[in-house]
Design a protein around this ligand. Structure first.
Ligand code: NAP
Length: 361
């Protein structure tokens, strides 16, 4: 048995790579034909369809809302900062959204997810797309975390914050032959230092949705979007810091980063979702990191070791000034607790949603 595996270890990887190299032009041709057909003849018409977007108060979620609005969809915008959602719903209406409901909710709380999905069904009677973008990153080395209470928070938002809304919405998505759009990250296969927990949650997310894809088969589509740095609140420094679940903005950070155009990426995601694409990648050449990870992990290790060896650099990624992230909200997450937590606006009721609807009319 060992001998068989030894032989396969030697021959299967190079043979498979060679086969892939030969099959590449044919696969590219098939994908291109597929893309043309689905773009020009088979794209989903979103007019009057219902789209629920979590994490719609900023960044990619906000821009995705505008893209669906331009296609004439009905929107449900979900995030904790209700004040931001009001402005975004007005913009979305101007851009062509039929109706916009806003609801302040914490996706980490299953009850909140049940509430906003029920509100959507009570109001619109259906859900066609569920777009999950709620997320929180971090940039501290794992060893720097002084309070292990931050660990479940990061897993909660980045993993369960996708799973709960999906679980509640799935029966309605089956009815409408709908679609789930997931925002993962290139960190799934390119493990970046200072992002261990975020990467772990995103990898779990990918495996969860890849499994779900087989379970729901043709009845519900799943589009997984993976990307590198995009210019959003996250890249401007909305991160969790190691001192214990506090977040700060970019000007307070040691490491400054910039990102790609968020509008362009949102456009790609929505176009891909309407085409029925299983994946949206931006930029797609990042995929090659997957091959390095499997076949040449040492190359990745050497590269990071080289890039991160800056003599005398402090290990800590943030300077703790203590300015709260969420304006007008509590400056800290509550002290360590195993239970689910929420920060931000009070829950919006259905009647508030109706008020919004009347205001827009
Ligand atoms: N930007 C990048 O470079 C980048 C790279 C790779 C992957 N991504 C992924 O792309 C997605 C969007 O990220 P982004 O860059 O647009 O980040 P962002 O601007 O920080 O937006 C995150 C959104 O999530 C919401 N949110 C966070 N916690 C929540 C909770 N518990 N309940 C409800 N809403 C919550 C935030 O709204 P409230 O604070 O108002 O609740 C905000 O609207 C994420 O999945 C992220 O992991 C981004």
């Amino acid at each position: 048995m060992d001998l068989i595996n030894t032989v396969l270890n030697i021959f299967v990887p190079p043979a498979s790579l060679l086969m892939l190299a030969f099959a590449w032009p044919t696969l590219t041709f098939i994908n291109t034909c597929d893309w043309i057909y689905n773009t020009y003849f088979n794209a989903e018409d979103m007019a009057n369809k219902v789209v629920v977007i979590t994490g719609a108060s900023s960044g990619i979620g906000e821009q995705i809302a505008y893209q669906y609005a331009k296609r004439g969809a009905n929107l449900v915008l979900v995030a904790r900062r209700e004040n931001r959602l009001w402005g975004i719903s007005e913009n979305a209406t101007r851009l062509g959204a039929q109706n916009v409901l806003i609801t302040a909710a914490d996706v980490v709380k299953e009850d909140d997810c049940r509430r906003f999905i029920n509100e959507t069904i009570n109001y619109y009677g259906r859900i066609d797309h569920l777009v999950n973008t709620a997320s929180l990153g971090h940039t501290f080395y794992f060893e720097e975390a002084s309070d292990s209470g931050v660990f479940p928070i990061l897993m909660d938002i980045n993993f369960w914050g996708n799973v709960y809304p999906t679980h509640v919405a799935l029966p309605y998505l089956r009815e409408s032959n709908g679609r789930i759009v997931v925002n993962a990250s290139v960190e799934n296969w390119l493990p970046l230092p200072r992002m261990s927990l975020y990467s772990a949650a995103k990898s779990a997310l990918i495996n969860f949705y890849e499994t779900l894809r087989f379970e729901v088969r043709e009845e519900v589509g799943i589009t997984v979007a993976t990307h590198g740095w995009i210019g959003t609140e996250m890249t401007r420094g909305k991160f969790m810091v190691e001192e214990g679940a506090e977040m700060q903005w970019k000007e307070e950070r040691e490491v400054h980063v910039s990102g790609g155009p968020v509008e362009e990426f949102a456009k790609l995601i929505v176009a891909g979702a309407c085409r029925g694409d299983p994946y949206v990648k931006y930029p797609s050449w990042y995929d090659i990191f997957f091959l390095y990870r499997v076949f040449a992990p040492k190359v990745l290790y050497w590269t990071f070791s080289f890039l991160l060896t800056t003599a005398g650099a402090r290990k800590t990624s943030f300077i703790g000034t203590g300015r709260p992230l969420l304006e007008g909200s509590p400056s800290r997450f509550p002290a360590r607790s195993p239970s689910r937590r929420s920060v931000g606006s009070p829950p919006a009721t259905l009647s508030q949603a109706f008020q919004m609807q009347h205001k827009m009319e």
